[in-house]
Design a protein around this ligand. Structure first.
Ligand code: 5AD
Ligand code: SF4
Ligand code: FES
Length: 360
């Protein structure tokens, strides 16, 4: 068995291509140290030691969707909702630029308050600052995606969450996997850099399904892939399905499994998509105080520090225990740079676009 893992890793390093069974073996392997080490080497070879920072502005926590796992779901009435006005969003981006960020990520729930007209004002205001801009505002029509792209948005993040149709339908009863895949195709067609990704450790999710997700991300092919562990939110139907009451110690242990598993998924993606951008996600640091640094040493090359005003942070509660809730945008910028330096890496001075290497 161990021989087989070595063979798979050798194939991954030489060809950057693995089939579903091989990915499955790597998701199961106990030789994680070797997997992470190889992913770290490939990361260094293809994208170097620079870490790209993306300033995340969480501008509205209203959402018309009702995903079973997410704290922003519309039926969560215990959440205080907020929206940041267009000019204040642009001001936050200006401040982020002053702190040295070169890329802004605008994220919100699916909030129709921000009409296409409003979004165009925000997008052009930020593009006037000479920053790269990523949108992460959910499923829209082709025409809407086109309007944002024409206004200057460079990248779009839309996680597929899971490619398992039965699981998808269970977790997003009013949404469809087909439509989400169509959205991702539309984003690609419009010339955005495409970011997608998955949640790892969803109840009912199998390793086979994660292997298929990884193959899907490669088939797009995505320019960025965000992998985050599932963290149960007590005010969502997921907590009823999962626990009925508070988590047992065994269930708590499962969350460390999803940390490990997310890390394996990050490493495998790096092996088979060696030049893409892979963030060390905030959810990983929620489960492990060194989560982002560990991810950066297992294949990741991007961090998305929070640049939202401190007053709003606690309300953007997708899942509980989010990091940096009491910290300011300037503090997070300072903190993350120090952390990055502590592992002998450095903050990139560029905008961090995906640069395709020959042959991939
Ligand atoms: N745990 C982890 N990640 C979650 N997301 C939503 N709910 C949770 C949760 N409970 C992720 C989804 C979404 C992103 C913004 O947050 O993948 O795309
Ligand atoms: Fe809304 Fe996204 Fe949360 Fe679903 S995951 S409820 S679409 S914010
Ligand atoms: Fe926010 Fe460290 S990145 S406190």
């Amino acid at each position: 068995m161990e021989m087989r893992i070595d063979k798979i890793l050798e194939k991954a390093i030489n060809t950057h291509s693995l089939n579903e069974n091989e990915i499955l073996e790597l998701l199961k392997t106990e030789k994680t140290d070797t997997l992470f080490l190889h992913a770290d080497e490939i990361r260094k070879k293809y994208v170097g030691d620079a870490v790209h920072l993306r300033a995340l502005i969480e501008f509205s926590n209203y959402c018309k969707q009702n995903c079973f796992y997410c704290g922003l779901r519309r039926d969560n009435s215990s959440l205080k909702r907020y929206r940041i006005e267009s000019r204040n969003i642009i001001d936050l981006a200006k401040k982020a630029k002053d702190y040295g960020y070169k890329t802004i990520v605008l994220q919100s729930g699916e909030d129709s308050y921000y009409t296409v007209e409003k979004m165009i004002t925000i997008i052009s205001g930020i593009k006037d600052l000479d920053l790269a801009l990523t949108l992460s505002i959910g499923e829209k029509t082709f025409e809407e995606y086109k309007a944002y792209r024409n206004a200057g948005a460079d990248r779009y993040l839309l996680r597929i969450e899971t490619t398992n149709e039965a699981l998808y339908n269970k977790l997003d009863p009013e949404m469809s996997l087909k439509n989400r895949m169509q959205c991702i195709e539309n984003i690609k067609k419009l010339g955005y850099e495409v970011g997608s990704g998955i949640i790892v450790g969803l109840p009912g999710q199998t390793l086979e399904s994660i292997a298929k997700d990884i193959i899907y991300l490669k088939s797009i092919p995505v320019d960025m892939a965000g992998i985050g562990p599932f963290i149960c939110h007590p005010d969502t139907p997921m907590s009823l399905i999962l626990y009925n009451s508070s988590p047992t110690s065994e269930e708590k242990e499962n969350s460390s499994d999803s940390f490990e598993l997310s890390l394996r998924a990050v490493a495998i993606l790096r092996l088979i998509m060696p030049d893409i951008n892979i963030p060390a996600t905030t959810a990983m640091e929620t489960l492990n105080p060194k989560g982002r640094l560990i991810a950066l040493q297992s294949g990741a090359n991007v961090v998305m520090p929070n640049a939202t005003d401190t007053t709003y942070r606690k309300y953007y509660e997708i899942y509980p225990g989010k990091i940096c809730l009491g910290d300011s945008p300037s503090y997070c910028r300072f903190c993350i740079e120090n952390k990055i330096k502590s592992i002998n890496r450095f903050v990139s001075t560029g905008k961090g676009f995906h640069i395709r290497q020959r042959g991939h």
